[in-house]
Design a protein around this ligand. Structure first.
Ligand code: FAD
Length: 375
């Protein structure tokens, strides 16, 4: 069994959790990651890890202590404003079990749990080809290497997926621009007060401003716009100020607290059109190759489930592989698809309700429903 070689393509939360669990199970693993090191590119904002999915995977990975050191239970509040900046709904309580953890902190705790050399940094996989005896060759930078199992944990635009399925991510009609605010309690007290302890949504006609508290006194902002074609001001072509001006044009008539927040952002981090795979995406099982996380079931972040699913996939696939037969991997794929479908449906609905022609109405109804259900 120790000769069985597994290639994980992608060192995101899904791939790294899988690598850790397989390593604990005594299997031989290589992680191919195109980033040259852990902090190669901005990793994105904060993630809420749910008790029975993301947190469970970290417990199985023996990383509960590290997780508790990084988890921010205080940042679980949620607020909803209308476009004038009037508060419609606010729950600043922090008694839930979905603490926030910065993506960077999560990545570091997983990386540090792996033996040196297991992650092949700066190694972009170019293609996968069928090899001998049911194995597959991973080709990266002109080097070809043979593996018994290739796991595509390579995210939205997965190269591995293309060998299993014709499905392609489809633009969901909303583009987000990501903004950064640093040292907020000292330098941006108004933005900090607007955000509260957690995240806030200000929603208007087919657009929204979302602010979310991260660790280290940072707030990550997202301007979201429903637009038929992806909004495409590449950061290389447009200065951050030009992008800020464009956003403010879209926010004409919005309350001062909201427009001032956009104007005061320290950085314009990126422009992100939202894509999703078809809800219920699945493929015919093929021995020697599988997918986890966004590669298998990319969905919009408006369900808050993506990373939790990716880490749960990792936990379940590790259990199947440690059990050791191909039938267990096929059963894992069935269970993963069944679990992801309702989450993907919820994420699509969350996006439709949040960035909607009726502004905050649908989101408000949803928040109230959740509160009544929780009472
Ligand atoms: C703005 C935003 C906010 C989000 N907020 C939340 C949230 O609050 N809660 C939540 O649960 N989810 C959230 N998500 C979703 C979450 O980020 C993803 O579901 C999660 O990161 C998926 O993990 P993954 O490991 O499957 O893929 P990824 O995180 O995409 O990791 C894939 C890795 O593969 C590497 N890679 C790709 N191609 C190659 C290649 N050819 N060769 C080598 N390496 C390669 C990439 O560099 C990357 O490191 C959010 C997403 C976005 C965009």
């Amino acid at each position: 069994m120790s000769q069985y070689r597994i290639a994980i393509i992608g060192g995101g939360p899904g791939g790294l959790t899988l690598a850790r669990l397989l390593h604990l199970g005594g299997l031989t693993v290589s992680v191919f990651e195109r980033d040259t090191h852990a902090d190669d590119r901005p990793q994105g904002g904060t993630l809420d890890l749910h008790a029975d999915t993301g947190q469970r995977a970290l417990r199985l990975a023996g990383l509960e202590r590290q997780f508790l050191a990084a988890a921010r239970y205080d940042d679980q509040g949620i607020r909803l404003y209308d476009s004038s900046g009037t508060l419609l709904f606010g729950d600043d309580e922090s008694d839930g079990d979905r603490p926030e953890v910065d993506r960077t902190a999560l990545r570091h705790m997983l990386i540090e749990s792996l033996p040196a050399g297991m992650i092949r940094w700066g190694t972009r996989v170019d293609r996968i080809e069928p090899g001998n005896d049911g194995r597959h060759d991973v080709i990266a930078g002109g080097v070809r290497e043979s593996f018994d199992l290739v796991v595509g944990a390579d995210g939205a635009w997965s190269k591995v997926r293309a060998l299993l399925s014709d499905a392609k991510p489809v633009y969901e009609g909303v583009t987000m621009v990501e903004l950064g605010f640093d040292d907020v309690d000292r330098r941006h007290p108004a933005v900090a007060a607007l955000t509260g302890r957690g995240k806030m949504f200000a929603l208007g006609d087919n657009r929204g401003l979302i602010l979310q508290r991260n660790g280290h006194a940072h707030i990550r902002g997202y301007f979201a716009l429903r637009t038929e074609q992806p909004w495409a001001p590449a950061l290389e072509d447009a200065t951050p100020d030009a992008i800020r001006h464009r956003i403010l044009e879209y926010l004409t008539g919005w309350g001062d607290a909201l427009t001032n927040a956009v104007w005061s952002a320290d950085t314009v981090i990126g422009v992100r059109p939202l894509y999703a795979l078809p809800v219920g995406h699945r493929w015919a099982h093929r021995p020697g190759m599988t997918l986890i996380g966004d590669a298998a079931h990319l969905m919009s972040p408006f369900g808050g489930e993506g990373v939790n699913l990716a880490m749960t996939d990792a936990a379940d696939l590790a259990a199947a592989l440690i059990q050791g037969d191909d039938a267990a991997v096929e059963r894992f794929e069935e269970a993963m698809a069944a679990r992801a479908a309702p989450a993907a449906d919820g994420a699509a609905q969350g996006l439709r309700h949040s960035i909607s022609p009726t502004g905050p109405a649908a989101a408000l109804a949803h928040f109230r429903e959740v509160m009544v259900a929780a009472a």
